[in-house]
Design a protein around this ligand. Structure first.
Ligand SMILES: Cc1cc2nc3c(=O)[nH]c(=O)nc-3n(C[C@H](O)[C@H](O)[C@H](O)COP(=O)(O)OP(=O)(O)OC[C@H]3O[C@@H](n4cnc5c(N)ncnc54)[C@H](O)[C@@H]3O)c2cc1C
Ligand SMILES: *[C@@H]1O[C@H](CO)[C@@H](O)[C@H](O)[C@H]1NC(C)=O
Ligand SMILES: *[C@@H]1O[C@H](CO)[C@@H](O)[C@H](O)[C@H]1NC(C)=O
Ligand SMILES: *[C@@H]1O[C@H](CO)[C@@H](O)[C@H](O)[C@H]1NC(C)=O
Ligand SMILES: *[C@@H]1O[C@H](CO)[C@@H](O)[C@H](O)[C@H]1NC(C)=O
Ligand SMILES: *[C@@H]1O[C@H](CO)[C@@H](O)[C@H](O)[C@H]1NC(C)=O
Length: 553
């Protein structure tokens, strides 16, 4: 009896931990604006305890955390979110991504050498201001394989700190509910209800969009900092890291950055301080290379003086392939961003969104010659990704001096056979979903009364048992889910404390350190890591102070 009661208590306790109630909406919190400066208004020379390059998904929580006791400079090349209203609302998501890149728009476009179009954030808050908002924690395997010796209690606290600030429990839209039912019918079980944890089965997860469609990106985590210690410079392009070799080894001592008026600034760190790169999976390896940290042959070919030899900077660049099907729906469906995920027991992640084509194709697709009624179709999309991937490629500089020139990057999608196997398996599950009763509502009826789906773009092969045609589908429809990572991976470029191997006072804290993408979607873990690393740095510094204090006594 007693054990049963204990078990029950344990169970209830776990449920409570898991559900810890999230709000469904709240207003924007722009308090951080008190700490934001245009780079052109800052002195040409200044000193701080820590300099963080990149005010993105990991950079913002890191800056907020370190500001508790130290002066912080954040260098962000983009501007503030309020300058780009599209990033603040879920309804702006697609328009924002499809907007022409004028060099200052928040979605910087790039195309990998694989030919896949991609984007990265160029705005305070980073890619968390462009993304689909889905918030789901890492899988257990990630912790085991990340090369970091995690303190799991601290991980839990760091996630909660983020979740208490910017994560909301979504109300399911019509399409997300149908999608959820179809996953369960296709036996992607159990039904895990609402949870932020990584659980095999079907669940609703959190979102950084509240139910009024307001985006609460990583930028709002800055509000948790000591704003008087925090200086966030926007329109500040970090160009290179300044090193000194006076002390033992190669030591980072500052950063050179330029402002929107083309003036060059130098920011230095005080004793015991650090330079931390949080410029993302493209930006951080690029900056290391521009600063002379990387493979000798590549640096030499660009006549960049080698500061520290580090053969894997820019290697191990991964991008999880996205494959999807788009179904034209015979009734009006509300637009919706990711709210539900199916996690299969063999590493597939299936997500969904809905939109209507008036957003995507404004004028050119206008059906009617009078141009008054645009072709407006409701489209439901089922997206498949898988964990990993195993295939990887590399990033290389194009310009040896101009940080605004994007490096080239190749991801080699499906080069590893296991990646193709996983895609095929995932798309078969999507095929199973199309056979469910839940999905039947989305079929059109033709004049003869026959029912069928109408696809926008390719449909799945008719014979889904055929490996060859499924593999061909995976290859020909591959695109990105924007979870690209690597370039400064743990165990190669940085150590388990994320310090750049062979240098002092220099770390990397962002998606470039991953050798595998965490959970179904990475932003939760990136924000957690910003907080987690910041707290550990504070702790270590306090411990060091104590040691010196006792040594003196
Ligand atoms: C369209 C899209 C949809 C996505 N959907 C989801 C989703 O629903 N859920 C999810 O979990 N993840 C999603 N992701 C992925 C997730 O948003 C990213 O993996 C994550 O934001 C990356 O964080 P980061 O800290 O590594 O880099 P970022 O957040 O990109 O931060 C890097 C920052 O550094 C700045 N920077 C770069 N170079 C310099 C320089 N030289 N000087 C100064 N500043 C510089 C950039 O402007 C940027 O602000 C999506 C991504 C995209 C693009
Ligand atoms: C992680 O590692 C621990 C300890 O080695 C092991 O017990 C556990 O099964 C691993 N979990 C996963 C998901 O790999
Ligand atoms: C979401 O659901 C909550 C709780 O049921 C409700 O109070 C709120 O009004 C809903 N919000 C929207 C935008 O539908
Ligand atoms: C398309 O989206 C807009 C904006 O949300 C909405 O007003 C309109 O009704 C939608 N149209 C269809 C066909 O769903
Ligand atoms: C489907 O593909 C499998 C495997 O290639 C094959 O054995 C089977 O005959 C095909 N079925 C049809 C109806 O073509
Ligand atoms: C800040 O510094 C003070 C004085 O050294 C110390 O007592 C305190 O613990 C520090 N706080 C944090 C969060 O590190």
């Amino acid at each position: 009896m007693a054990t049963l009661a204990l078990l029950l208590l344990f169970y209830l306790f776990h449920l409570q931990l898991d559900v810890h109630a999230l709000p469904s909406s709240s207003d924007y919190d722009f308090s951080y604006m008190k700490s934001v400066y245009s780079a052109s208004d800052l002195p040409l020379k200044e000193e701080y305890d820590y300099i963080i390059v990149g005010g993105g998904t990991a950079g913002c929580p890191l800056a907020a955390t370190l500001s508790a006791n130290y002066s912080i400079l954040v260098l962000e090349r983009g501007s503030v979110p309020a300058s780009y209203p599209l990033v603040l609302k879920s309804s702006g998501l697609l328009t924002n991504l499809l907007q022409e890149d004028d060099g200052e728009t928040p979605a910087q476009r790039f195309t990998s050498e694989d030919g896949v179009a991609n984007v990265r954030g160029r705005v305070l808050g980073g890619s968390s201001m462009l993304n689909g908002g889905f918030f789901s924690r890492a899988d257990d395997q990630f912790y085991n394989e990340s090369g970091i010796d995690w303190d799991m209690d601290a991980v839990e606290e760091a996630y909660q700190w983020v979740e208490d600030t910017i994560v909301y429990q979504p109300n399911l839209s019509a399409w997300q509910s149908i999608f959820r039912d179809a996953l369960l019918e296709a036996r992607v079980g159990p039904d895990n209800g609402f949870s932020l944890q990584h659980l095999v089965g079907t669940k609703t997860s959190g979102s950084i969009f509240d139910n009024e469609g307001r985006r609460h990106g990583a930028v709002e985590l800055l509000n948790r900092g000591e704003l008087k210690n925090l200086k966030v410079a926007v329109e500040a392009y970090a160009e290179r890291i300044i090193f000194s070799s006076k002390t033992s080894g190669v030591t980072a001592i500052g950063v050179v950055y330029s402002d929107s008026k083309g003036r060059t600034h130098e920011a230095f760190i005080r004793d015991e301080g650090e330079v931390i790169l949080s410029a993302g999976a493209i930006g951080s390896p690029q900056l290391l290379l521009l600063s002379g940290v990387g493979p000798v042959a590549h640096l030499s070919s660009h006549t960049i003086p080698v500061v520290s030899q580090n053969p894997d900077v820019g290697n191990y660049m991964f991008d999880n392939p996205r494959n999807n099907i788009n179904i034209v729906v015979p009734f009006a469906l509300d637009p919706s961003v990711l709210q539900v995920v199916g996690i299969t027991n063999d590493f597939n992640y299936i997500e969904a969104l809905s939109y209507n084509t008036s957003f995507t194709f404004p004028q050119p697709f206008s059906f009617y010659s009078n141009g008054i009624t645009p072709l407006e179709l409701s489209v439901a999309t089922i997206v498949e990704k898988f964990s990993g991937p195993l295939s990887s490629g590399s990033l290389r500089l194009v310009s040896s001096t101009d940080v605004k020139v994007s490096p080239t990057v190749r991801f080699n999608y499906f080069e590893e056979p296991e990646d193709l196997v996983r895609c095929v398996r995932g798309m078969r599950t999507v095929g199973d979903m199309l056979k469910t009763d839940s999905m039947a509502r989305l079929k059109f009826e033709d004049l003869e009364g026959a029912e069928g789906f109408r696809f926008l773009g390719p449909s799945l092969p008719s014979n889904q048992s055929d490996d060859v045609s499924m593999e061909a589908f995976c290859r020909s429809t591959v695109t990105t889910i924007w979870h690209y990572h690597g370039g400064c991976v743990v165990g190669k470029v940085v150590d388990g404390d994320l310090r750049v191997v062979g240098t002092n006072s220099l770390r990397v804290v962002d998606g470039s350190i991953f050798n595998t993408s965490p959970g179904t979607n990475p932003q939760a873990t990136l924000m957690m890591i910003g907080r987690y690393v910041g707290l550990r740095m504070l702790q270590k510094r306090e411990e060091a102070k104590q040691i010196i204090y006792y040594q003196r006594k």
